[in-house]
Each structure stands twice: as structure tokens, then as C-alpha cells.
Write a protein that binds this ligand. Structure first.
Ligand SMILES: O=C(O)c1cc(C(=O)O)oc(=O)c1
Length: 296
């Protein structure tokens, strides 16, 4: 029994996703997923904006095998704040088949960063989504970023499209590889070649250190599952313009979905819609994440 009671409107992860008909290439990496707790073992943070159901490392790895994937990148979920223990536990249970992205404060010591590296962490997440976090002052983020540059770590950023103009110069100034979560959350009802998404494409065009995850059609779509047709032009534009700088992930256990819970097998079946050749799929699922997370 968890010590926490999940939010009344919380949607649990899908209990029995289909076995995907699309088979990912050997060694495929789910480069964006999370663990939640379990809350009685790894308590959720006092600063959290939501209380989820539990989603353990064992459940994550069982999903990985079911979907035909080999590896995971476990991204620190905001409900755990800067307490990275649940994520680190997942890495420790993975037999080297998972890497992590942590959340840290500007006060983090070099020794703590060393320990995170030894545990398999290769990046830090900066979050600008106000419903999820109290956004840290930019100066603090800058000081963290400067310390990561010498470590060959990267920074994962999560923001929504309407906030990109405000943060554009800051993002462009970051000294590490930068990976944008969920394509910068475009409003897919707008034109894929319109000013809003063009600004995101410009960010990647002008900064060859900036990458994008082409994840979460379920969050972005208004046309809905399983086809997520309205997301396809956005994701294909990114995959085909920046084939060496894209990552894909399930986003399991899908925090804060309010209307439906995606079937993770159908999310895998969606991959060939957005990466339309075997070569693009191999870069997206194997070469790019391996370069970023398993270079050593
Ligand atoms: O859109 C979200 O609610 C969301 C939340 C989190 C998190 O709480 O860490 O991570 C994500 O990738 C997406």
C-alpha cells in the first residue's frame, strides 16, 4: 500500500498494451520514460504539483520487453522534485540497460554530480512548464549549465510552444547538448509551417547542439488515438530535417493525461508514421540515443 493517495482525476498507465506489430530495430532505446515511487519506498516530493499512481522500475522493464525495446532513459519526474532516488533505483536495477536524467539544484556539489554520473546519469532536466514546477531563476540554471559543459552531460528542457519566444535566447545560449521534450509542445491545430512551429525549427536550425524528442503524440493530438494524424506532419518535419538529433520515448507512465491513457503498443506502432524509412528509424531509436547516453 502506498503512503500517498493519487489525485482524484489521476489516470493510471495502461494495464495491458497490445503487442506492437511494428518491430523496432535491435537495441532500440525508449529515451523518455519515468518511474513513480513506489510512494512507500520513494516518497513523492512535498513540492509536487500532482500525486500519481505508483509506476515501478520492474513494471517499466516489463513494458520495455513487451514492446521489443532494449534500453530506457529514465527522466526524473517532477513529482519527485530533486530527490532522484526512485530514478537511481531504476538505473541500479537495469543491468546497465538504463541511463538517467536528473533534477538538481544550483547547490549540487561536484561530488554529487560525480556520484550521479557513476550511477548512469548523463543529463539534467530544466522544466519551464508552470503547471508542473515553480520555475527556477535563470541565473541558477545558467550556473548549473556551466558546470555540466565540462562533464559532457546534456540538458533536457521541457516548455510549451507559447513560452518559446521568452526563453529562446536562453536556450540558444546553453553550452551543452540540449534535448527538447515532446517537440516543444506545439499546438498541432496550427499550421506546421506557421510562425509558431517555424520558431521551434529555427531554434534547431540555428543551434546544432539542440535536439528534439518526437514523443507524446497522445499529449499533443486533438484528432486522437491511435492514428494521431494531426501530429504526423509536425513530427515528420523534425525527423526529416534533423535526423541525427531526434529521440523517441513512450513517456510511460504518462503523467497528467486527463482524457485518455494511450496504449503503449499503439505508440510504438506510430513510429513508422513519423520515421518513414528504416534508416530514419534506426537513427531515431538506436544510433542517436546510443551516442548521447552510451557513448562510453
Ligand atoms: O506533461 C506532463 O504532465 C509531463 C510531466 C512530467 C513530469 O512530471 O516529469 O514529465 C513529462 O514528460 C510530461
Amino acid at each position: 500500500m502506498s503512503d500517498f493517495i493519487k489525485d482524484a482525476d489521476w489516470l493510471d498507465w495502461h494495464p495491458n498494451p497490445v503487442r506492437p506489430t511494428y518491430r523496432p530495430p535491435a537495441g532500440a532505446v525508449d529515451a523518455h520514460c519515468h518511474v513513480f515511487g513506489p510512494g512507500d519506498q520513494f516518497p513523492f516530493a512535498a513540492s509536487r504539483k500532482y500525486t500519481p499512481c505508483d509506476a515501478s522500475a520492474e513494471q517499466l522493464f516489463s513494458l520495455r520487453d513487451h514492446l521489443g525495446f532494449s534500453r530506457n532513459v529514465v527522466v526524473q519526474a517532477t513529482c519527485h522534485g530533486t530527490d532522484n532516488r526512485a530514478m537511481l533505483h531504476a538505473l541500479a536495477q537495469s543491468n546497465g540497460m538504463a541511463r538517467g536524467v536528473a533534477t538538481v539544484t544550483p547547490e549540487v556539489s561536484d561530488a554529487e554530480l560525480d556520484a550521479l554520473h557513476a550511477a548512469g546519469v548523463r543529463g539534467v532536466r530544466f522544466n519551464f512548464v508552470k503547471r508542473l514546477v515553480d520555475v527556477l531563476p535563470i541565473d541558477g540554471l545558467r550556473s548549473i549549465a556551466a558546470r555540466l559543459a565540462s562533464r559532457d552531460w546534456h540538458i533536457v528542457i521541457y516548455f510549451e510552444a507559447q513560452d518559446l519566444p521568452e526563453y529562446y535566447d536562453f536556450f540558444a545560449s546553453l553550452p551543452t547538448i540540449v534535448v527538447v521534450d515532446h517537440m516543444g509542445r506545439p499546438d498541432v491545430r496550427k499550421d506546421v509551417n506557421g510562425p509558431e512551429f517555424d520558431l521551434f525549427v529555427k531554434l534547431l536550425s540555428e543551434n546544432d547542439n539542440i535536439w528534439s524528442k518526437v514523443s507524446c503524440p497522445d499529449r499533443l493530438s486533438f484528432s486522437g488515438e491511435p492514428l494521431y494524424a494531426d501530429v504526423v506532419p509536425f513530427a515528420t518535419r523534425i525527423v526529416e530535417t534533423f535526423p541525427e538529433r531526434v529521440l523517441w520515448g513512450t513517456d510511460w507512465p504518462h503523467p497528467n493525461m486527463k482524457t485518455h491513457m494511450p496504449d503503449d503498443g499503439e505508440l510504438v506502432n506510430f513510429i513508422p508514421q513519423i520515421a518513414r524509412t528504416e534508416e530514419l528509424q534506426h537513427k531515431l531509436l538506436v544510433e542517436n540515443p546510443m551516442r548521447l547516453y552510451w557513448a562510453d
